[in-house]
Design a protein around this ligand. Structure first.
Ligand SMILES: [Fe+2]
Length: 275
């Protein structure tokens, strides 16, 4: 695992540090699940062969240094009994503040349209692994308000934007923790122009999605509430930074010229310092 240090200078009396990690994608299954799931596990393990050791590294580092982990989704790759158990063991041994990723609710990875109905099949079971509400919650650490919102289907919901607005009215600076990074032209160009992929970002402008396949367009187009959320986030002075994942790579950019967005890949732990 690679370690990257980042710094937020936001005028705190006492400095502190958290760890940011994302997208470990553990791929366990055993005979409590179906044959299809065991095959999925084998196939997905070839894509994420270091997931188990990455999680162990993160656990040891967090425990040794007594750091809270801010985790931005896809800890588990798909729903399985053994993934649930492994995630539970991990969460019992560390202090973790979690926002959900799309894979937390995935049954067979890409077999069905991922929407609220699909998510609700496993939401209550997945939620039991974690101490905070993985779809919408906040936690104050060292005088900074970390707000976790599940935007992993490329959408904000009304309750989530209402919650975020209320949180930003409090006296604490806010760090927004989401799975899917927010659109910036720089990130879009990097993903679409250089790699020929869809951008896999929240709130990509309609006119920039013309080259997407119908499936990816349908998956990633924003709705009115998400557009409102995006406008609010990029203009809110009390949001001092965004922590995100989903792209499986490390990236540091700016939203609206003054808000850093840190994206953390599968093989990286960020030490994020605040002072
Ligand atoms: Fe992921």
């Amino acid at each position: 695992m690679q370690i990257i240090k980042n710094y937020f200078h936001i005028g705190l009396k006492e400095p502190f540090c958290v760890l940011h990690a994302s997208d470990t994608h553990i791929t366990f299954a055993d005979n409590r699940d179906t044959e299809r799931k065991l095959e999925l596990s084998q196939g997905r393990n070839r894509i994420f062969p270091t997931a188990e050791e990455n999680l162990e590294f993160l656990k040891e580092k967090a425990c040794k240094e007594e750091r809270t982990i801010i985790y931005t989704g896809d800890l588990i790759d798909f729903v399985s009994e053994m993934n649930f158990e492994k995630a539970e063991d991990f969460c019992k041994s560390v202090d973790i503040f979690m926002s959900a990723g799309n894979h937390e609710f995935s049954h067979y990875v890409g077999e069905a349209k991922e929407d609220a109905e699909y998510r609700n099949i496993s939401l209550s079971r997945v939620q039991r692994i974690f101490n905070n509400d993985i779809r919408c919650s906040s936690r104050i650490i060292g005088g900074v308000n970390f707000v976790a919102i599940d935007n992993s289907y490329y959408l904000f919901e009304k309750e989530q934007i209402d919650f975020l607005k209320k949180e930003t009215e409090k006296e604490y600076p806010v760090i927004l923790c989401v799975h899917v990074p927010l659109y910036t032209r720089e990130l879009y160009d990097l993903e679409v122009k250089q790699k020929g992929n869809p951008a896999y970002l929240m709130s990509v402008p309609e006119e920039l999605m013309q080259s997407y396949t119908p499936h990816r367009y349908e998956q990633q187009k924003q709705d009115e509430i998400t557009a409102e959320a995006f406008d609010f986030i990029v203009n809110c002075k009390n949001i001092k930074g965004i922590l995100a994942g989903h792209l499986h790579k490390d990236f540091e950019g700016m939203i609206n010229n003054d808000t850093p967005q840190l994206i953390t890949g599968c093989e990286t732990v960020r030490e994020v310092y605040f002072d």
